[in-house]
Write a protein that binds this ligand. Structure first.
Ligand code: MN
Length: 203
């Protein structure tokens, strides 16, 4: 049974960056629906006991008629677990420790990293995600994906540690068509300590 990430804060706790209704709809409806559908498909495929990362990396081992569903619903489940677990009312600021060091080394500076991942988020045509992932050797990689795809289901072998949801449901109630404002404001609530934890465990 795949468990949806439970928010450790109230739905209005991310305001003014993300409004309460968006959190309630996004987590309580969209993410919950992906979780439910994914569990049903994984059960059918006989893959419900695998870690989600392993399942997404091995979609070719699922029955053919279930693969697209598993990729979409499993991606929706996994991507939102990561997204919500790296947001916090106490977030913002800049990364510290080993993650900060690696970001500076890879992108030149935190500002340059922000600029590059924001560019990917804004450049993703239609629905999708921008990603910061760690490769096995600890190097950091940026990417963007469409729909509910992610670096795991696309077979890159990299482990996502931070993501920006650019589906309209993530921002439209408050930001309307202004995706750039949403992306820029989102950095006010990123929990960099959580991202660093993921980075350290990914290496
Ligand atoms: Mn979403």
């Amino acid at each position: 049974m795949f468990k949806q990430y439970e928010l450790p804060f109230a739905s209005d706790a991310l305001e003014p960056t993300i409004d309460a209704l968006t959190v309630e709809t996004h987590h309580g409806k969209h993410h919950a629906a992906y979780t439910k559908a994914f569990n049903e498909l994984a059960e059918k495929a006989g893959m419900a006991d695998m870690p989600v990362e392993e399942l997404l990396a091995n979609l070719d081992k699922a029955p053919e008629e279930l693969r697209t569903g598993l990729r979409n619903q499993g991606g929706g489940y996994y991507n939102h677990n990561l997204y919500f677990s790296t947001l916090s009312p106490n977030g913002g600021g800049v990364p510290t420790g080993e993650l900060a060091k690696k970001i500076d080394e890879t992108f030149g500076s935190f500002d340059s990293f922000k600029e590059q991942i924001s560019k990917l988020a804004l450049g993703q045509f239609g629905s999708g995600w921008a990603w910061l992932s760690a490769a096995g050797d600890g190097s950091l990689v940026l990417s963007a994906t469409a729909n509910q795809d992610n670096p795991i289901s696309l077979g890159t072998g990299n482990k996502p540690i931070f993501t920006i949801d650019v589906w309209e449901h993530a921002y439209y109630l408050k930001y309307k068509n202004l995706r750039a404002s949403y992306v820029s404001e989102l950095f006010n609530i990123v929990d960099w300590a959580a991202v660093e934890k993921l980075y350290l465990s990914a290496k």
